[in-house]
Design a protein around this ligand. Structure first.
Ligand SMILES: [Zn+2]
Length: 219
C-alpha cells in the first residue's frame, strides 16, 4: 500500500468515527500499516473535522520516530506495538466510545454473550489493567489484553479495536459497542447469560479461517 493511500484511509476513518460518535474533539486515534517498517497515524491535538491529509503522520515501527513538525496522537506507541506483535493486523482504532467506556469504568470483562461479538472479536473482551495514558505500562497491559482478540477494553479509559484492514477494525468497533450495550442492559435485566466457552472459541476460529481466506482472495 502507498503512503498516500494509507493516509487517506486514516483520514476517512477518523471522520467516520466522529460521525458515529465513537470519538469526539481530539480524543481517540486511528492508524494504518503502510509496510513492514511504517504506519501512518492521526496527529496529536487536532480536531477530526479539521484534519487534512497533510496532518496524518508517518511513524517508523522500529523506533517510534516520526518525520515533520506534527506529533502523532498520544497513544501512537500502543499502535506501533500492535503492528510489531500482530503481523496480520494492519489497522488500529482507539476510541472513548460510550458503552465500552462504561464497561471499562466498571472493569468488567465482557463474557461471550452475542454470536457476532464472539465471531468477530473473540470469546471474551478483556479489560487491560489500569495505567496512566501514554505510558509504557498502558502499552504493555493493553497488548496483553488483546492477545488472541480483535479488541480490548482499557480500564477507566476506553477501547482499542484492530483488524486485517480498516474496514474490519471499524466493524470490530461497532460490534464492541453493541456487545457492551447488550452486556450492561442484560445485567440490568437480571444477568447476562454466556455462550458455552468451547462453542465461543470454535465460532471465533471458524470466522478467522473464513475471513483470512476472503482477505487472500481479495488481493
Ligand atoms: Zn484514549
Amino acid at each position: 500500500m502507498g503512503i498516500n493511500q494509507a493516509k487517506q484511509i486514516v483520514l476517512e476513518a477518523g471522520k467516520h468515527l466522529l460521525e458515529k460518535e465513537f470519538v469526539s474533539r481530539t480524543w481517540g486515534n486511528v492508524s494504518q500499516r503502510v509496510d513492514k517498517n511504517t504506519c501512518v497515524a492521526t496527529p496529536s491535538g487536532r480536531k477530526y473535522e479539521e484534519l487534512t491529509i497533510n496532518d496524518i503522520v508517518a511513524v517508523n515501527l522500529a523506533d517510534n520516530s516520526y518525520t515533520g513538525d506534527i506529533k502523532p496522537s498520544s497513544e501512537y506507541k500502543l499502535h506501533t506495538e500492535v503492528y510489531r506483535t500482530r503481523k496480520n493486523i494492519n489497522a488500529v482504532i482507539h476510541t472513548h466510545q460510550m458503552n465500552a467506556s462504561t464497561v471499562a469504568a466498571a472493569r468488567r470483562e465482557v463474557p461471550p454473550i452475542l454470536d457476532d461479538m464472539v465471531q468477530i472479536i473473540g470469546p471474551t473482551v478483556r479489560v487491560a489493567d489500569y495505567a496512566l495514558p501514554s505510558t509504557r505500562k498502558i502499552v504493555k497491559t493493553t497488548v496483553k489484553a488483546l492477545k488472541g482478540r480483535q479488541a480490548a477494553l482499557m480500564a477507566n479509559h476506553g477501547a482499542v479495536c484492530i483488524g486485517a484492514d480498516m474496514n474490519e477494525a471499524f466493524v470490530v468497533t461497532e460490534v464492541l459497542e453493541k456487545a457492551c450495550k447488550a452486556f450492561i442492559e442484560a445485567e440490568f435485566l437480571g444477568q447476562a447469560k454466556e455462550i458455552n466457552k468451547f462453542e465461543a472459541h470454535f465460532m471465533h476460529r471458524y470466522y478467522l479461517l473464513k475471513y483470512s481466506k476472503k482477505v487472500k482472495s481479495n488481493k
